[in-house]
Design a protein around this ligand. Structure first.
Ligand code: MTE
Ligand code: CO
Length: 390
């Protein structure tokens, strides 16, 4: 341009004056220019904010780790604010020694660090009967992926001594909902964690401070927050969250129960309705997330024409079991209208289904476990819309 680019040629305040010194923000906060990067809710979804959900802004993130302040929240009775020194975790029921742990007690057990996604079973639930919410934050944002630090649940159960009749575990939260879920003992002894750190820092209050259960690959509802009690029993408890809720009503009128595992799934996060293409045609990066409760993601394919032709995407970053995977597909956009989709395959060979395949198998009464392929319509102006192809 005539006279040069003012972004280069003009002297700016930040070139001319000293900036703030160290510890201006003792606990750092994002740049003020990132003020639009926030969790959001959909007020008409729930009657009240205390039994509700907020959504992770997936379209604003990259890599595989969700920053703690952006992890979606799902509370049945608001956020419990628990002083850690007043918190206790009890193990009772079919055990040799009923035990009560303080937070200090828990921190003396051997620790492990593991990265896992947590997906609410209701993620994408509003999309069962057709395209509804315009943005991946709302269609797919009931998911986060962080590194947990905690002790394997197995160590605590070994300390208590599970009796041979003890085949099930009831996990109970200390919040006003006293959330409870039955977990089979094999899973409890396999890979569950009792965790008190996320991404290196203390759990956020929203995520269950001071301690939560981590149930890798399984629906978020089982990851009891503010964990206060573990009861060992010989059968499942059939509580509200595993009978009236978190069951899947099929077309036959029968309901599937104990559908714990989160199946293989993916979504394109950019471009997407909240993140349109503003650069016009030419070099374009398509990116998104893929995950499976079965293990690792083996492959992600991307289509630009609603599923006629598929192209293998590039997975970049760590490929960890039951964690988010980041994929990229780099291409030259010719400026024409496209139908963008991604399809993931996990290391057990499961392939993400189309929404029609899913509805053929499960009917359309469901809320939970929608892992169908998402379609974004990209129009010539760079805008995107949530649509379905038949
Ligand atoms: N645990 C307690 N105690 N109370 C709750 O309301 N909500 C559950 C689960 N654990 C809940 C809970 C549900 S439905 C989900 S999806 C996850 O927590 C959400 O975890 P997050 O808030 O860390 O995203
Ligand atoms: Co949930």
């Amino acid at each position: 341009a005539e006279g040069g680019d003012p972004a280069i040629t003009e002297l700016k305040d930040w070139n001319s004056y000293l900036g703030e010194g160290v510890v201006a923000r003792p606990y750092g906060t994002p740049s003020s220019f990132e003020a639009g990067v926030v969790r959001r809710d959909v007020p008409w979804l729930t009657a009240d904010a205390t039994s509700s959900v907020s959504f992770t802004p997936l379209h604003d993130l990259d890599g595989i780790i969700t920053p703690n302040g952006l992890c979606f929240e799902r509370h049945h009775a608001g956020i419990a604010e628990i002083p850690p020194d007043e918190h206790r975790l009890m193990i009772n029921g079919l055990v040799d020694r009923p035990l009560v742990f303080t937070m200090d007690d828990l921190k003396r057990f051997p620790r492990e660090n593991r990265v896992y996604f947590l997906e609410c079973a209701a993620n994408s639930g509003m999309e069962w009967r057709g395209a509804q919410l315009n943005g991946c934050q709302f269609t797919h944002g009931m998911i986060h992926c962080v590194m947990y630090t905690g002790t394997p649940l197995r160590y605590l159960l070994e300390e208590a001594g599970v009796k041979t009749a003890g085949k099930w575990l009831l996990a109970e939260g200390a919040d006003a909902s006293a959330m409870t879920r039955s977990i089979p003992m094999e899973k409890a002894l396999d890979d569950c964690l009792v965790a008190w750190k996320m991404n290196g820092e203390a759990l956020r209050p929203e995520q269950g401070y001071p301690v939560r259960l981590v149930v890798p690959g399984w629906e978020g509802n089982m990851w009891v927050k503010w964990l206060r009690r573990l009861e060992v029993g010989d059968q499942p408890w059939e509580h509200r969250e595993e009978t009236s809720k978190y069951t899947d009503l099929l077309a036959s009128g029968k309901a599937r129960k104990f559908t714990w595992g989160m199946e293989v799934k993916s979504v394109i996060t950019n471009p997407s309705p909240q993140a349109p293409i503003t650069h016009g045609k030419g070099r374009t990066v398509v990116t998104g997330l893929a995950w499976s409760g079965n293990g690792r993601i083996d492959r992600v394919d991307v289509t630009l024409d609603g599923g006629r032709n598929w192209h293998e995407a590039r997975i970049d970053g760590p490929s960890l079991p039951m964690a988010l995977h980041r994929f990229y597909y780099d291409f030259e956009w010719d400026g024409s209208q496209l139908l963008l989709q991604s399809r993931a395959v996990d290391d057990r060979g499961f392939v993400q289904p189309t929404k029609n395949e899913l509805r053929a198998a499960r009917g359309d009464n469901s809320i939970y476990h929608n892992n169908g392929i998402q379609t974004w319509l990209l129009t010539a102006d760079g805008g995107l819309e949530n649509v379905e192809v038949s």
